[in-house]
Design a protein around this ligand. Structure first.
Ligand SMILES: *Cc1c(COP(=O)(O)O)cnc(C)c1O
Length: 383
């Protein structure tokens, strides 16, 4: 059994995949070919947003979003410590400061009440209100933006987050790397905040065969700035540079592959709901299964469960491995405990919910074509 099985999907769409790839080889526009614009239009319509800007990875999408909002030294950007490194990494890369905010234990997403506290603490420069990072700057940080992450495919609580952000003048950047295809109160993931970022890394719900990503925005000006940043800060002419940018383009070949995959993507999202529902039923009572708030739909990038403690987790993972069932821990070490962020001066105990989840969580195989029989075999090992 695989943790994520891409072969079954490939068999279903191989004809269209081959035709799309052959199409790119025939026209030869490997950079910014017509498939890139086609994909941008298709995915913008799917999520219900005006503009989509394809880029080289989910990490570049986040970097470009922060650059478009002119985030830099002295700026505070609020985000979660219980996720993949990319959001906190790009904040630091631009010289801004990540201010971590603990998560909600039921959804694993950023806790809006704690976000309010963290903003107050930064504004008052008072670490007795909320744990704050050390900074090399003499003056207090300027609260500028928040990057909520839709962890494991479940959109964060955008009603609450956007209300808090609006009160404090913060821009919201949705990290939808794991949630493309998810929904929140009738709206698709990738449609919240000033700019949304997603990833087409192969293991994400909509993945390509390499690296890829996309920014979404309803704002005409931000879309234009993102398109410029994507190509070295290009102006109206190729050799006119009007701002500092990056080489952040999405390959035409990857766009062609994504177009083939997207044809069956909505159906795959439905299949993922069934797989998750079966797990929930089979595992009820044995472990803490994921909780999806009313009105939300997860894209089920991961199916993650909580067990009693790290000893039980080690035992269960060993037992599953013995039976040929792969598992993974997302994420074993919260970002505030990573060496890369040690300069921020955070300590164990600063974000107790994230730390507790990191000790007790692990993920089971999850993909649209996971067979019910395999799920029953997995669940039997929890008895
Ligand atoms: C995968 C991921 C990213 C980065 O995407 P890449 O395409 O791998 O650069 C960013 N944020 C989260 C939450 C992710 O899971």
């Amino acid at each position: 059994m695989n943790f994520i099985d891409l072969a079954a999907q490939q068999r279903r769409i191989s004809e269209k995949l081959n035709a799309n790839i052959a199409g790119v080889l025939a026209h030869g526009q490997y950079i910014n070919g017509p498939e890139v614009r086609d994909l941008e239009g298709t995915l913008a319509a799917y999520v219900g947003v005006k503009h989509a800007v394809g880029c080289a990875s989910g990490t570049d999408a986040l970097l470009m979003a922060l650059m478009a909002l002119e985030i830099g030294p002295g700026d505070a950007v609020f985000t979660t410590p219980f996720t993949f490194v990319a959001p906190a990494e790009v904040i630091s890369l631009l010289g801004a400061t990540p201010v971590f905010v603990d998560t909600d234990p039921a959804t694993f997403n950023i806790d809006p009440a704690k976000l309010t506290l963290a903003i107050h603490a930064v504004k008052a420069n008072d670490r007795s209100l909320h744990p704050l990072p050390l900074t090399p700057h003499a003056s207090p940080l300027r609260p500028r933006a928040v990057i909520p992450v839709d962890l494991f495919g479940l959109p964060a609580d955008y009603d609450a987050i956007c209300a808090v952000a609006a009160r404090s003048g913060l821009a919201v950047i949705e990290d939808a790397a794991q949630s493309f295809g998810g929904e929140y109160k009738g709206r698709k993931a990738c449609s919240f905040g000033a700019i949304t970022c997603t990833s087409f890394f192969p293991a994400k719900p909509l993945g390509c065969y390499g690296d890829g990503g996309m920014c979404f925005t309803d704002d005409d000006r931000l879309a234009e700035v993102l398109r410029s940043i994507r190509v070295h800060g290009q102006g109206s002419d190729k050799y006119e540079n009007i701002r500092i940018g990056i080489n952040g383009r999405l390959d035409t070949l990857q766009a062609a592959i994504l177009l083939a995959k997207f044809a069956i993507f909505p159906e795959e999202i439905d299949l993922r709901q069934e797989v998750a529902r079966r797990y929930n039923e089979l595992l009820a009572g044995s472990v803490t299964t994921p909780e999806i708030p009313e009105g939300c739909k997860s894209a089920w990038a991961q199916y993650s469960i909580l067990v009693r403690d790290s000893a039980e987790r080690s035992d269960l993972m060993a037992k599953l491995k013995e039976a040929g069932i792969p598992t993974a821990i997302y994420y074993p070490k919260p970002l505030h405990r990573q060496t890369a962020f040690s300069g921020l001066g955070y300590k164990e105990g600063d974000f107790p919910v994230s730390e507790d989840c990191a000790r007790r969580i692990f993920s089971l195989p999850m993909y649209p074509y996971l067979a019910a029989g395999d799920q029953r075999r997995i669940a039997a090992l929890f008895q």
